[in-house]
Write a protein of this length. Sequence first.
Length: 354
Amino acid sequence: MDKLKQLRSVIKEKGLEALLLSDIQDVNWLTGFSGSFGAVLVTESQGLFISDSRYTVQAAEEVKTMPTKTFASPQNFYDFLAAQVQELGIKLLGFDSNETSVAKLKRMETSLANVQLVPAESLTQKMRMVKSPDEIERAKRACALADACFDHVRRLIQPGSIEYDLGLEIEFFFRRQGAELAFAPIVVSGLRSARPHGHPSENRLQEGDFVTMDFGAKVEGFCSDITRTIVVSHASERHIEVYNRVLKAQIAAIKAIKPGALAKDVDSLAREELGDLAQYFGHGLGHGLGGVVHDLGRMAQSSQDIFEPGQIWTVEPGVYIEGFGGVRIEDDVLVTESGVEVLTHSPKELLVLP
């Protein structure tokens, strides 16, 4: 079943006459449109893509499954939307209550005064989490490029290298390959490696430093996300102990992922494997991957997500000890019928470089 048919069946099941998709990631998922602004009206029999005049040509080229319409100044989106709703004869319209702010809702209520607006939590979430064969192939290409980037940048690790320069080299590598950045690279070393999302600085790598590098490519609209931690020149017993505990937790978590397993249970397993180091693990074990790096799905104690074949996740336990340093090891995995396929293949044993 194609995506539009899937969505129509959900709309019917929820008793909605029509649905407005305004989250740009939902729009991209449904239509393939790669611009920054667009919306889709979906009824049981029709679909309509809406954007502004900046994207008239692009929409016609990229959106193949439904008609496209664009508006230009001085007309605004809400009045243009109201005209399309009236033309389609829609009297009851569902909207994504997770994406719609109070200000946006007030604008819609004013422009769509004769239409009943029904809040609906994202109806695309479960569908978006299960990837199509084409999306899986794009994910694999993005992951392969991340592996190639790690192979490249690890050769530049030496005492005196600057975090900021390594971050730039990661960015240049992806752009030279024709890819986008999935997110701004994280490169932190020494005591700064205890910052899970620290920005690269002018800090120079020193012997005995942990260096954590977290980066990903965006290839044909799909993201990868990989983290590796290495040690510069020589590793102490404490470096080895902490690193191997994190690695053990990550391997155990990956083995536990299978259809029907609960995301929160796998998160708990990783924490159990870390033992007393779990107190230094403050974030969730992983997240879904898609058109954005932190896509739908969370592995955390509060998660209600269940693993299904076709989902793609990160698995990234970390330990961050203030005054010592931090370790994170992250891979991207595809849930299969029997378990998982690991999509990132960079070495995970503790590397002491150069």
